[in-house]
Design a protein around this ligand. Structure first.
Ligand SMILES: [Zn+2]
Length: 254
């Protein structure tokens, strides 16, 4: 009887071990697909040299990001294609390492009827995408992931203008090395969510493709001081413009 009990408990222990491993692996995979778009502060990312982008390892090559959007060449999106964000007003479970704000269970985006959970958001200076060849001083990427693993990035350009409350909260956290909640995420998303859409890639290695991009047509603002502050902290971290290779860019107007 004792023997049986031991083997049962061993079996249970093994099951627990196995399942916890499985969960770990799953998390790891989820992380690795989003980690690329994350921190400049991790050891791995510190090696990322924006002055030598030709040396970045690339897993695939014909559908890369960022791109220049030629507004005269965009095609109108035929289906409804509405985006609605249901991000938490106060992101409390955020890990702010400065370049990237990793969030946990902080809401989702509804894109053309499909649901994508917000995984993290981060910034690039100057902007990675360009509109008719024009860069913006700053671009935020909200990285969202569907249950099946598919990534959708909502990108918003910042123009120089009024101070941005949400962005200030991010800067304050970095400067004070704190993790205070981000309570004004909506100041970093335009009210009118008209957008350009195309299929591209992550913009940092492994540069994985089949990422859905939604580039907001309308901008938000940040003050000159805020932009200067960010640039002091993170130098330039924008990947070069990549070839379109025949891809179409669609426009959805609200
Ligand atoms: Zn990015």
């Amino acid at each position: 009887m004792k023997k049986v009990r031991t083997s049962i408990s061993l079996c249970i222990a093994a099951t627990i071990l196995l399942s916890s491993c499985a969960v770990k692996t799953e998390n790891k995979e989820m992380k690795s697909s989003t980690q690329a778009e994350t921190s400049l502060k991790t050891a791995k990312e510190e090696a990322l040299d924006y002055n030598n982008q030709g040396a970045w390892k690339q897993v695939s090559g014909e559908m890369q990001s960022p791109i220049n959007i030629k507004t005269s060449k965009v095609e109108n999106l035929e289906d409804d294609g509405k985006i609605e964000t249901y991000y938490d007003q106060s992101i409390t479970k955020a890990e702010n390492n400065g370049h990237s704000i990793q969030v946990g269970d902080s809401g989702y985006a509804q894109i053309n009827g499909r649901s994508f959970a917000l995984v993290q958001f981060h910034f690039h200076a100057q902007s990675e995408h360009t509109i008719d060849g024009k860069h913006f001083p700053l671009e935020v990427h909200f990285v969202n992931q569907a249950q099946d693993g598919r990534l959708a990035v909502i990108a918003v350009f910042f123009e120089e203008g009024e101070e941005n409350k949400g962005f200030q909260e991010v800067l304050d956290d970095v400067n004070n090395n704190s993790n205070n909640p981000i309570t004004n995420i909506n100041t970093m998303i335009p009210q009118n969510m008209s957008y350009y859409h195309y299929i591209g890639s992550l913009t940092t290695p492994p540069l994985t493709e089949n990422v859905e991009w939604y580039i907001m047509k309308n901008t938000v603002t940040a003050s000159k001081e805020q932009i200067t502050q960010f640039k002091k902290l993170y130098r330039h971290n924008n990947r070069k413009i990549q070839a379109l290779n025949g891809r179409s860019v669609l426009l959805h107007n609200e």
